[in-house]
Write a protein that binds this ligand. Structure first.
Ligand SMILES: *[C@@H]1O[C@H](CO)[C@@H](O)[C@H](O)[C@H]1NC(C)=O
Ligand SMILES: *[C@@H]1O[C@H](CO)[C@@H](O)[C@H](O)[C@H]1NC(C)=O
Ligand SMILES: *[C@@H]1O[C@H](CO)[C@@H](O)[C@H](O)[C@H]1NC(C)=O
Ligand SMILES: *[C@@H]1O[C@H](CO)[C@@H](O)[C@H](O)[C@H]1NC(C)=O
Ligand SMILES: *[C@@H]1O[C@H](CO)[C@@H](O)[C@H](O)[C@H]1NC(C)=O
Ligand SMILES: *[C@@H]1O[C@H](CO)[C@@H](O)[C@H](O)[C@H]1NC(C)=O
Length: 474
């Protein structure tokens, strides 16, 4: 490098850095280590046995870590005036009182962590006054019963609010109208309901965690203002029902977790607007019934979790008109493996995925996996339900179905979907003959794998293509 440039470099960049390092070290509190790092002066006083906040910090401090000390009280202007401070962490202390104005003098503070101060319990409404640049506030595990309604109103820049592991019984009213919030973590509290106005005005909210609370009710219109929501976690609550329009307008939602609740059925209307949904969790509920069309608009779905329910049957009509997903989780359900599930067996086989669908009934197939069930054909080519027997293995002597190519599998799926079905009783008299799978040769090749958006393989049913239903995505 040219000497002149080198000198220039030293003068312009080198000297101020040396000076900054000195400034950083000069006023370093005795219990702490200070270092000048890329993002400014970093002060580390964690696990230093401090009972009170050091009286002086380097005035250039950009980050202060006071985690895991024995701090109990923060007085007014507890940190003096630190115009460069952006990050302050006070986790795992024993704070029981924060004087209003404790954080005055920190005009550029962007991140404040107060998690794991189990004695805090209450906060004064003016605790965070004058923190006009605060973007992230962490109040997790502070055993808070509530937060004052005006607590967050003076934080116009607040984006992320973490307050999980507290003792809230309601969604804090302090959240209302915080139009700039993008992330709210309220999991593992005691929240009982999401009221119509709980989330009023949260127009930029992208992620909301309410899992592991005691939510029994989501009121109509609760998410009405949350059209920007991408991730909504309501799992492990006490929901037995949802209003028909619970998720209306959530056009950008990508994850919806309703697992671990007490839902008994899945209504057609719930997911109608969720065209961008990728992950839908309905596992560990008491679902016995999925309404026709319930998943019909979920054209971007990558995984559907229905495991751990009381499902005996899942109708193809739930998915009509026919986009299909990457992964279907169906284990731990008492499946009734009769002809109603033949489409599913064919889909599983055709997709080449291992899907665990244990059959509980009829008797002749109980204990088998759906993929092992052989559906017989009547002389007229109709599917014949397995018998209701007391045996737990399929009757011997039936030759397994010939191994079919993926293509003819899909074709036979089509024929099965198109074939009229007759009840078992009417079939009892007919001779049971394995069909010649005759339809497959006459049908244009229609089953196909398509690389769906975001790289997922989607199976488009023959049904769709034959009937010319357009498949338009992206
Ligand atoms: C925390 O503070 C409370 C009183 O506010 C006190 O009883 C308790 O012993 C303190 N715990 C620790 C670990 O200092
Ligand atoms: C949201 O942010 C904008 C711009 O930063 C600010 O003017 C507005 O007051 C904020 N809104 C609230 C409710 O704090
Ligand atoms: C699917 O979405 C369309 C429009 O996007 C809507 O008309 C239809 O009602 C939705 N399906 C259901 C089951 O609501
Ligand atoms: C199965 O066997 C039990 C006792 O052996 C009998 O009570 C029951 O009716 C049988 N069920 C069927 C479907 O045959
Ligand atoms: C079998 O068919 C005969 C006449 O074709 C009828 O009388 C009989 O009831 C049928 N049996 C059953 C079990 O449906
Ligand atoms: C199966 O097809 C063969 C010839 O293709 C025919 O002889 C036989 O009768 C058919 N069997 C049935 C049950 O249709």
């Amino acid at each position: 490098m040219n000497t002149f440039l080198l000198l220039l470099h030293l003068v312009v960049l080198g000297l101020p850095r040396t000076w900054a390092t000195e400034a950083c070290l000069r006023a370093c509190p005795t219990a702490c280590t200070c270092s000048s790092v890329e993002r400014g002066c970093s002060v580390r006083c964690d696990r230093a046995g401090l009972q009170r906040v050091p009286t002086e910090f380097p005035c250039k401090a950009a980050s202060i870590d006071l985690d895991r000390n024995g701090l109990r009280i923060l007085g007014e202007r507890a940190f003096g005036t630190l115009p460069s401070l952006r990050r302050l962490s006070l986790r795992h202390n024993n704070l029981s009182f924060i004087t209003p104005g404790a954080f005055k003098g920190l005009p550029r503070l962007a991140e404040l962590r107060l998690a794991h101060n189990g004695e805090l319990r209450y906060l004064h409404a003016r605790t965070f006054a004058a923190l006009g640049h605060l973007r992230r506030l962490d109040l997790a595990s502070c055993r808070l019963f509530s937060v004052p309604e005006r607590l967050l109103a003076e934080l116009p820049a607040l984006r992320e609010f973490a307050a999980f592991d507290n003792l809230f019984r309601h969604v804090p009213a302090a959240l209302r109208g915080l139009e700039n919030l993008t992330h709210v973590h309220l999991e593992r509290s005691r929240i009982e309901a999401v009221a119509s106005n709980s989330l009023q005005g949260l127009r930029r909210l992208r992620a909301l965690s309410l899992q592991a609370n005691r939510v029994r009710a989501v009121h109509a219109g609760a998410f009405y203002d949350c059209g920007a929501l991408e991730h909504l976690l309501l799992n492990d609550n006490l929901l037995a029902a949802l209003p028909a329009d619970a998720f209306r307008g959530l056009h950008l939602l990508r994850t919806l977790n309703l697992g671990g609740n007490a839902l008994g059925q899945v209504a057609r209307a719930w997911f109608a607007d969720l065209g961008e949904l990728e992950l839908l969790y309905l596992d560990r509920n008491s679902i016995t019934f999925v309404e026709e069309g319930a998943f019909q608009n979920l054209s971007g779905l990558l995984a559907l979790h229905l495991n751990g329910n009381h499902l005996t049957v899942l109708s193809w009509a739930a998915f009509q008109p026919g986009f299909f997903l990457g992964h279907l989780f169906l284990f731990r359900n008492p499946w009734h493996c009769d002809c109603h599930l033949e489409w599913l067996r064919d889909w599983i086989e055709g997709s080449g995925r291992l899907t665990d669908v244990p059959c509980s009934s009829p008797g002749s197939v109980a204990g088998l996996d759906l993929s092992q069930v052989v559906f017989e054909r009547s002389s007229s080519g109709l599917c014949v339900d397995p018998e209701e027997l007391n045996l737990t293995v399929s009757s011997p002597g039936l030759s397994p179905e010939p191994v079919a190519t993926t293509m003819s599998r899909f074709s036979s799926l089509l024929s099965k979907l198109l074939a009229p079905r007759v009840p078992v009783e009417e079939e009892a008299n007919s001779t049971l003959v394995l069909s010649n799978t005759s339809l497959s040769d006459n049908i244009p090749s229609c089953g196909m794998w398509v690389l769906g958006h975001k790289g997922t393989i989607l199976f488009i049913s023959c049904f769709l293509l034959i009937y010319g239903v357009g498949l338009q995505r992206d």
